[in-house]
Design a protein around this ligand. Structure first.
Ligand SMILES: [Zn+2]
Length: 239
């Protein structure tokens, strides 16, 4: 069983790496953020006046630990990891977030005779801020652009409808700094815990490389042969 715990700050590209890992290893991506959002969406669909926006905000708040107890999250994750598709392993994303959750996971894995491998995707915060503050959104159709990596064809206008693009509140530098600080506060004790109990903590620097190169580093660290490149590459903007 491959029990992988993936850590990465907002803007680190963790979602992309999780997707690539699950694809090449054939194990599910277990994201507590997604699970909570899904649950709230179900509640919202029953028609009690909760809009999708409100549901998303609730999920974010729940996920940050403000509204859900360790016990509830532990149980939710345990149920998910017991699903048949997770028998060979899983990539955990957003969990564990607290020491109590980390200990719970240890115990659960002990019972299955396995241990987690922790991947810490580290990206320089200045680079993250540059990435995220480059995001622009069309106020009419919602399309997202990035002035650095996916700029619109014309200056700051939407390709689809020519509407002026704006910076979302979430992408302003003070908000991003707050999110990074919150991540740091929450994650550091959990990473220290893993180091103290001698789990394998693999630090991967994702600051300057394209996603494919970061992914190769992760695969090397995992010493897995399942992730061999097929030689095609993904055509990420070669210079
Ligand atoms: Zn548009």
């Amino acid at each position: 069983m491959k029990a992988i715990v993936l850590f990465g700050s907002p803007g680190s590209g963790k979602g992309t790496q999780a997707k690539m890992l699950t694809q090449c290893l054939g194990i599910p991506h277990v994201s507590t953020g997604d699970m909570l959002r899904e649950r709230i969406r179900h509640v919202a669909e029953r028609g009690n006046g909760i809009t999708p926006e409100k549901a998303a905000r609730m999920a974010a708040k729940m996920h940050s630990g403000a509204l859900v107890s360790d016990q509830v999250v532990n149980q939710m994750v345990e149920e998910r990891l017991s699903d048949p598709d997770a028998t060979d392993g899983f990539v955990l994303d957003g969990y564990p977030r607290t020491l109590a959750q980390a200990e719970h996971l240890d115990h659960w894995l002990d019972g299955r005779g396995t241990r987690e491998v922790v991947i810490h995707l580290a990206v320089d915060y200045n680079i993250i801020i540059a990435r995220l503050t480059g995001r622009r959104q069309c106020t009419r159709c919602g399309t997202l652009y990035n002035m650095a990596s996916q700029p619109p064809r014309e200056d700051t206008l939407c390709d689809k409808d020519g509407t002026a693009l704006v910076i979302r509140d979430d992408d302003s530098e003070p908000v991003i700094r707050q999110r990074l600080e919150a991540y740091e506060r929450q994650t550091r004790p959990v990473l220290e815990y893993y180091a103290s109990v001698n789990r394998r903590v693999v630090m991967v620097d994702g600051s300057n490389d394209p996603p494919e190169a970061v992914f190769r580093k992760i695969c090397q660290a995992l010493e897995t042969d399942d992730c061999q490149e097929d030689g095609r590459g993904t055509g990420e903007d070669a210079p």
